[in-house]
Design a protein around this ligand. Structure first.
Ligand code: NAD
Length: 492
């Protein structure tokens, strides 16, 4: 088995010297010379440090993005496409290096991290293919007398703010369509996981992305940096993935300059199991929907709603699977579940579990904070959880499956929709009529039928209600980065 220091060394070797800000094609120190540490969530030690940019650095990054915008918008689509395609191939060829870095700074297992590399790289391949399919239309005015022509133009310089839970994929699904559309950008990755984004910048540089198109500012001053950037008229778009609380602050700030916004916010996904479902398939799906990324995913199944007649069997089977998972360092062999991101996350998950038990829920497995260093939490299944227990109304963001029962389809849908959020939802049933009714009545941006995994670069990812607006991926993803110009032409 490799030691922790060997694991650090091998992951950091892949990152090389890229622990600086990336502005205007240069790797440079923060103006104030400050740096901040990146922690290993498995034991709290400092892995390395990176430049801690401030408002001045962020404005330099916007200067670079604004200066590059004109030429970049005029670059032929095929060139933009081929840069993305090369970056896709580089990431794929270096998948193990990327996976080690993601696992180290975020905590997820190497298997999970490899899955993220495949998923994250796919946005570059998909948008490489979309870059050459941007087009407008030509039509005759209904009353005659003129022709209507539309053309698409890049929105302009963008600000991207990304979370820590998918350090690569949450970046590529914004950067991919922006590069394809001809936008320049300033990226601010999460403080907890800046390393993967720095490596991604190095990969894009190697793939031939011109200086100034992508700028990365790592910082511990997210609110000040984003506020200053958004107070500048040159910035035309903000795309944010993170909590609903921060999303609301950013939408208010964007209102002052009427910047376009895409908001990928929190979720509270219901996972419905009907009595006609293949129960073993539902348990398999539940394991994926719940345990992908250790439950630290906005799409994670948050509430299991199971029909009365099969609830006992479902809880028993899910408990057996969850209870058998091995918890430990994400980089070690044979580990299924890594640490949560920090102590605050463990505290919040544990509080929701203890409150649910106090409200009358029964622990089927787990429910404890393991002894020792690191921010781990036992995979947990709770049965008989009251519908109004906080664990059913809040985003859990951890490896906990609360099970509640229902008796009719109508009740299931009504309860599933009784949340302020509307991102992902899941249902297991073998009834085609019910499938259609669910697709139409579940108030969520995404509905997975008989599957626990819905994320796909070719699909429009996004939510409704407090889960935000805008779509990433699919044909829709590139539209977020394009404005439409309408040209009126006279009759020939
Ligand atoms: P967070 O909102 O705390 O942080 C996200 C990012 O915003 C980080 O880069 C952070 O530095 C920055 N930030 C924090 N405060 C800011 C401010 N005032 N101004 C500007 N930037 C600020 O969220 P998190 O804890 O990193 O991520 C978890 C959340 O993200 C969960 O709610 C999860 O559901 C959500 N998420 C959503 C999606 C989606 O696609 N809908 C995907 C992944 C995660």
């Amino acid at each position: 088995m490799t030691t922790t220091s060997q694991q650090y060394e091998s992951a950091l070797r892949a990152l090389g010297e890229h622990r600086q800000l990336f502005i205007g094609g240069e790797w440079r120190q923060a103006e104030g010379g400050r740096r901040f540490g990146v922690l290993d969530p498995a034991d709290g030690t400092t892995i390395t440090d990176v430049a801690d940019g401030d408002v001045g650095d962020a404005m330099d990054a916007l200067d670079a993005a604004a200066a590059a915008q004109g030429d970049w918008a005029r670059t032929p689509p095929r060139e933009r496409s081929e840069i993305l395609r090369r970056a896709y191939e580089l990431i794929t060829a270096q998948a193990d290096d990327y996976a080690r870095l993601i696992s180290l700074e975020m905590g997820k297992t190497l298997t999970e991290a490899r899955g993220e590399v495949t998923y994250g790289a796919e946005f570059f391949r998909w948008f490489a293919e979309e870059a050459v399919r941007i087009h407008g239309r030509w039509m005759q005015a209904p009353a005659g007398g003129s022709r209507l022509l539309t053309l698409k133009k890049p929105v302009g310089p963008c600000l991207f703010i990304t979370p820590w839970n998918f350090p690569l994929a949450m970046g590529t699904r914004k950067i991919g369509p922006a590069v394809a559309a001809g936008c320049t950008m300033v990226v601010k990755p999460a403080e907890a996981t800046p390393l993967t984004m720095l490596r991604l910048a190095a990969t894009l540089e190697e793939a031939g992305l011109p200086a100034g198109v992508l700028n990365v500012v790592t910082t511990t001053e997210a609110p000040a940096v984003s506020e200053a950037l958004m107070a500048d008229d040159r910035l035309r778009k903000v795309s944010f993935t993170g909590s609903t609380t921060v999303g609301k602050v950013l939408v208010k700030q964007a209102a002052d300059r009427l910047q376009r916004v895409s908001m990928e916010l929190g979720g509270n996904a219901p996972f419905l199991v009907f009595e006609d479902a293949d129960l073993d398939a539902a348990v398999d799906g539940a394991m994926v929907a719940k345990m992908r990324n250790m439950g630290e995913a906005c799409t994670a199944a948050n509430r299991f709603l199971v029909q009365d007649s099969v609830a006992g069997e479902f809880a028993e089977k899910l408990g057996a699977r969850m209870g058998a998972l091995a918890v430990g360092r994400g980089q070690d062999e044979g580990i299924d579940v890594g640490p949560l991101i920090d102590a605050k996350a463990v505290e919040s998950v544990h509080r929701l579990v203890t409150d649910a038990v106090r409200d009358g829920a029964a622990l089927v497995c787990g429910g404890h904070v393991p002894d020792g260093p690191g921010t781990f939490y036992e995979p947990t299944v709770l049965s008989g959880v009251p519908a109004d227990s906080e664990i059913n109304t809040e985003e859990v963001f951890g490896p906990v499956a609360p099970i509640t029962t229902f008796s009719t389809e109508k009740e299931a849908v009504q309860r599933a929709n009784a949340t302020e959020y509307g991102l992902a939802s899941y249902a297991y049933t073998r009834d085609l009529g019910r499938t259609i009714r669910l697709a139409e009545s579940l108030d969520f941006g995404m509905v997975g039928i008989n599957t626990g995994l819905i994320s796909n670069a070719a699909a429009p990812f996004g939510g409704v209600k407090a889960s935000g607006f805008g779509r990433e991926g699919g044909f829709e993803g590139i539209e977020e980065y394009l404005d439409t110009t309408y040209v009126s032409l006279p009759e020939g």
